[in-house]
Design a binder for this molecule. Structure first.
Ligand code: FE2
Length: 435
């Protein structure tokens, strides 16, 4: 491993036109006009965006790329997806599951997505998916940070052996305690599951990340209970509420009480824009609710909000390609976050905010930190979202893991330029970003 010097790049935190020097596996220097060490690879950035890697705060690697197995979800609802996953589970073979997960990780790396928090279903006596994903976590460790959440898909209390299986999964080395309170039989059992799981996590010193209130029912208020136990057990900053879609449908007065409680407990929030917009509101005629949680309001209250992809080609969602810029773009549209600051916040939701949720130490482009970064064919975070920009180079610990040629169309139009790259203004074409 040698050194790489990026010349004249823009960073996603607003530092523009700087050089970034990688020496070995670390960032050695950031500043204007850095000298190139002997033998360094020189990358002429010409104002391209050099960003820290994308981070997916919420995914299901055990189900990914299984679309159509054993059949497709006809209604498109969350509940049919869960039923379909139940049909598929007994048929899962470990080898095939590992292979699908590894293939998804290949896609992720090529998209500059180098950290994923994946829920893994523990409601299977064999713990087949748990064992498979522990193996995958080990296998991808050199190039991707995979964090696993013990997820009782069929309900901690509703499914007879879920609690015992969840504990077994944690004993095997799963990193985070999961839950699904809105899927328990009653509101009371949902609240009880939140208490049990938070206490279990506190005992074991583990973080919590629950599927919480993934429902259009405005009375699904388990996030309130999650914030309460987070504070009671002193787990501030280590607990995440995923989905929180019922907040979309809640009464505004109640939301005005709830959001400060979430902020006070320092509970992180995760929205899954692609999935929320397709799964929620399915019982509505018109008007149809969007279902996504109140992202700008949570952010304004100081809550750390990340975006997750949640699903790619599985029982719940037929599309996707590990592109966190697609996720950010959908989040931006659904939440109507169209000011410059809000669009940048959507970029943060798939990078730095999600890194905080995963608790990634040493994340970000700073001197002395690990040399993990993505060179994008865009000049700013907003342009990266607009173009779902090509990941020209993906670097991890100083090693180039992936290169993609710039997206440039060669056109033949009378009196017009010969190429189109969809950039409004740029000092030089992105072709110069190559070696
Ligand atoms: Fe999920």
């Amino acid at each position: 491993m040698g050194s790489i010097l990026f010349r004249h790049v823009n960073l996603s935190d607003g530092r523009n036109g700087v050089d970034v020097l990688i020496d070995g596996d670390r960032i050695a220097a950031i500043g204007p006009g850095l000298a190139a060490p002997e033998g360094a690879e020189l990358v002429q950035g010409d104002g391209l965006l050099l960003a820290p890697p994308f981070v997916d705060a919420h995914f299901h690697l055990d189900a990914t790329l299984s679309y159509g197995l054993p059949r497709v979800n006809q209604s498109g609802t969350l509940l049919e997806g869960i039923a379909l996953w139940g049909e598929l589970k007994p048929q899962l073979a470990q080898e095939a599951l590992v292979e699908r997960a590894l293939q998804y990780c290949d896609w992720a790396v090529a998209r500059g997505l180098l950290a994923i928090r994946s829920h893994v279903d523990v409601c299977d006596e064999r713990l087949l998916a748990v064992e498979a994903l522990l193996h995958v976590r080990q296998k991808v460790r050199p190039y991707l940070d995979l964090q696993l959440v013990a997820f009782p898909q069929d309900g901690l209390l509703r499914s007879p052996k879920a609690l015992a299986n969840l504990k077994r999964a944690l004993d095997l080395g799963v990193d985070v305690v999961g839950g699904i309170p809105h899927f328990e039989r009653t509101m009371a059992e949902g609240a009880e599951s939140v208490r049990l799981l938070c206490e279990l996590a506190a005992e074991r010193g583990l973080p919590v990340d629950m599927h919480c209130d993934e429902s259009d029912d405005p009375l699904s208020r388990h996030i309130e209970t999650l914030a309460f136990h987070t504070q009671r057990l002193g787990m501030q900053g280590r607990v995440t509420g995923s989905h929180l879609t019922s907040m979309h449908s809640m009464d505004n007065y109640y939301a005005s009480k709830l959001i400060p409680l979430i902020a006070e407990a320092q509970v992180h929030a995760v929205a899954n824009p692609l999935i929320n917009i397709t799964l929620q509101g399915r019982h509505d005629s018109y008007p149809k609710r969007r279902g996504m949680t109140r992202v700008p309001e949570l952010m304004a209250a100081g809550v750390n909000v990340g975006f997750g992809h949640d699903c790619v080609m599985d029982p719940w969602y037929a599309l996707g390609s590990a592109d966190m810029l697609e996720v950010a773009q959908m989040g931006l549209h659904v939440a109507q976050m169209t000011s410059q600051a809000q669009m940048r916040a959507c970029f943060d939701a798939v990078t730095v905010n999600s890194a905080r949720i995963l608790g990634l130490a040493d994340y970000g482009i700073e001197v002395g930190r690990p040399a993990d970064m993505v060179l994008l064919q865009a000049s700013s975070p907003v342009e990266a979202i607009r173009l779902r920009a090509t990941r020209l180079m993906v670097v991890r610990r100083g090693a180039v893991l992936s290169r993609t040629p710039p997206a440039i169309a060669h056109v033949q139009l009378p009196g017009r330029p010969e190429t189109v790259d969809w950039a409004l203004q740029r000092a030089a074409p992105p072709t110069r970003a190559s070696r």
